[in-house]
Write a protein that binds this ligand. Structure first.
Ligand code: PLP
Length: 376
């Protein structure tokens, strides 16, 4: 039996996406910088994808820069904001992905960039009055706040944050790696300067993503080499990956109503099953609040047992995660920042359109069996 419930780590490739990519792996393999026919074909595909993504997000094609994924997009955005715009103060949250937090650590060492963290409550809700206080009392700010957290699923109010950034003439970067493809964006309205996305979180291929960079913002190279991506990101573009990402995004937005309704139903089903059958089950952050959390993520907090629950579920053919795939076994910085009881066990379940209600019943029963054994 194989049940995959770790879609926040990565999603399976949609077979329709593979079909769209295959001709660009086998036949149209040209380098988009070459001037012959094969190169021109690849270049046409590249520019078609840029335009298509821009249309889906209500942006301009030149505002889309293809990257190797979310990590690179976050790095380019934050490093560029600091090094091209005289930013000396970054306002962020302790819940950001390492792609953001480690970049900020690098910048504070290398450029003495100051970093402030927005206050939050015990559920992880950000205190926007504190953000406003930080913006009012500092100049040359970059705000970097993710749309949704990858471990607990908390959604942040990026529209309001964008408005505050505009009011105080601050730059705003948001990591939408967990949300783009699951929520719609109108970038002509959202007051954001930089936005990072990654294809493998919405049934596209791994190793490809993009940075949205609002017209008028300058980017600094972090990879040196050729003049690809209008000089912003050197290296031959991953054409099959970009074609796959574009197809995946088109599919995601074509079916967003049906898919999100279905996935919300799966998440609610698991919440009620676990609440019914497990003693003292809790949910981290806003995870169980459907208005304030990502519908694809449920972070469950369970009493500790002798059983290593993650290993047990893995042995049963069920893939889940203890936190994020990137934490490498160390205690989660997100749960630590929340002040969660680390003696208890956290399991992150994350869902996709390919899961079924039956799978969730199986998982709930498997977990219940462990706790029945403890109680016996
Ligand atoms: N940001 C968030 C919120 C993520 O969840 C991830 C991946 O898990 C990343 C950034 C990194 O994206 P990528 O794997 O495409 O480098």
């Amino acid at each position: 039996m194989k049940i995959y419930l770790d879609n926040a780590a990565t999603t399976p490739l949609d077979p329709i996406v593979l079909e769209a990519m295959t001709p660009y792996l086998l036949n149209h393999f040209g380098n988009p910088s070459s001037h012959h026919k094969a190169g021109r074909e690849a270049k046409a595909a590249l520019e078609y994808c840029r335009k298509k993504i821009a249309v889906l997000l209500n942006a301009e094609p030149e505002e889309i820069i293809f990257t190797s994924g979310g990590t690179e997009a976050d790095n380019i955005a934050i490093i560029s904001a600091v090094t091209c715009n005289h930013i000396d103060h970054v306002i962020t949250t302790p819940f950001e992905h390492p792609a953001v937090l480690q970049t900020l650590k690098f910048l504070s060492k290398q450029y003495h960039t100051r970093v402030s963290f927005i206050k939050h409550d015990e559920k992880g809700n950000l205190d926007l009055q504190h953000l406003e206080y930080l913006l009012r009392n500092n100049t040359h700010n970059l705000v970097s706040v993710m749309h949704a957290n990858n471990e607990i699923g908390n959604l942040n109010q990026i529209e309001k944050i964008g408005e505050l950034c505009e009011k105080y003439k601050s730059l705003f970067h948001t990591d939408t790696v967990q949300t783009l493809g699951h929520y719609e964006y109108d970038l002509s309205h959202l007051k954001v300067h930089f936005l990072a996305a990654s294809a493998h979180k919405f049934h596209g291929p791994k190793g490809v993503g993009f940075l949205y960079c609002r017209k008028g913002q300058r980017l600094n190279r972090i990879i040196h080499g050729g003049g690809q991506e209008s000089g912003s990101r050197a290296g031959t573009e991953n054409i099959p990956g970009i074609v796959g990402m574009t197809k995946a995004l088109e599919l995601a937005y074509e079916r967003i109503e049906e898919d999100s309704t279905f996935i919300r139903h799966l998440k609610n089903l698991l919440i009620s099953r676990l609440t019914e059958i497990l003693p003292d089950v809790q949910f981290n952050g806003n995870s169980a609040d459907s208005d304030k959390s990502l519908y694809t993520v449920l972070s469950v907090n369970l009493p500790s047992t002798e059983t290593d629950l993650l290993r047990y579920l893995d042995n049963e053919g069920i893939a889940v995660s203890g936190g994020s795939a990137c934490s490498g076994g160390s205690p989660s910085h997100v749960l630590q920042a929340l002040g969660a009881d680390l003696e208890r066990t956290t399991i992150r379940f994350s869902f996709s359109k390919f899961n079924t209600p039956d799978e969730l019943n199986v998982v709930a029963e498997k977990l219940a069996a462990v706790y029945r054994l403890v109680a016996a």
